[in-house]
Design a protein around this ligand. Structure first.
Ligand code: B1M
Length: 213
């Protein structure tokens, strides 16, 4: 197998044996984010496909998630960091009912490496908790992540609740089940502030930079 195929396989098989050696080797060829967005994400897509076809059970997908998290942690110190003063404070959360956090945590790493202070509220975060955190932290923006189809709808509810609480800072949304169109037609109209769709973590950074400028 090629290095790239082996990297994808660690995720598909949820195994860490040899993983760090191969990541080390990959670092001599690629940037950390290229490794994540390339072979590792390819492995995760395959996991999603197999899971969808009932060829993997939740316990196995958890192992895959563990391998992905271990890889991201290993690569994190090698990621580019900009030494700037704090550009802004952003609250991040996976919406109520959703436990998927690998994408959100990747967004946290990239934003914090690039001058943002991140308040990461974790998973299954109900709107009330976001509102409370916003009032306490006075954040410049709120980022919502969700991977389930029902999470897209939960984002609509969440911005409605934020609006009812008088909050109108920019909201950035992202996650597999979401689309730009849904964001524009369904989430945006329910909120008083700007709502932006981020297709991946780097796009999230670009959008945050645009918002803060
Ligand atoms: Co589940 N899961 N899962 N899962 N899981 C999906 C999402 C699914 C598509 C798999 C499938 O069936 N093909 C499917 C959803 C179906 C649907 O709703 N239509 C699914 C399901 C059904 C479920 C359960 C219901 C299964 C069950 O229990 N029967 C259950 C849900 C529990 C719940 O949430 N209440 C469940 C559970 C799990 C695990 C716990 C086993 C595990 C998660 C572990 C964890 O996160 N700690 C898991 C996993 C790993 C997946 C897949 C395979 C991979 C997700 C992932 O981590 N991708 C996923 C299939 C898939 O997505 N292909 C699947 C890698 C990650 C880096 O990508 O999070 O998309 P992603 O983030 C991207 C972008 O989306 C974006 O940036 C990142 C890339 O740079 N992004 C943002 C994300 N958030 C952002 C926020 C931003 C900006 C960008 O700004 C704020």
């Amino acid at each position: 197998l090629t290095l790239e195929e082996r990297l994808a396989n660690y995720i598909i098989e949820g195994s860490k044996e040899g993983l760090y050696e191969d990541l080390e080797q990959a670092l001599s060829k690629y940037k950390p984010l290229e490794i994540i967005n390339g072979p590792l994400m390819k492995g995760m897509e395959e996991v999603g496909r197999l899971f969808n076809n009932n060829e993997l059970i939740v316990a196995e997908v958890l192992q895959s998630a563990e391998a992905m998290k271990a890889s991201v942690s290993y690569l994190e110190p090698y990621m580019e960091k900009t030494e700037t003063s704090v550009k802004g404070k952003i609250i991040l959360a996976t919406v109520k009912g959703d436990v998927h956090d690998i994408g959100k945590n990747l967004v946290e790493i990239i934003l914090s490496n690039n001058g943002y202070q991140i308040i990461n509220l974790g998973i299954k975060v109900p709107p009330e908790q976001l509102i409370e955190a916003y009032k306490k932290e006075k954040a410049d923006a709120i980022g919502l992540s969700g991977l389930l189809v029902k999470s897209a709808q939960q984002m609509v509810v969440t911005v409605q609740d934020l609006k009812a609480a008088g909050i109108d800072v920019p909201v950035m949304v992202g996650g597999a089940a979401l689309t730009r169109k849904f964001t524009k037609t369904r989430i945006g109209p329910e909120y008083d502030g700007i709502v932006l769709y981020a297709k991946d973590a780097m796009n999230g950074l670009d959008l945050a930079n645009q918002l803060m400028n």
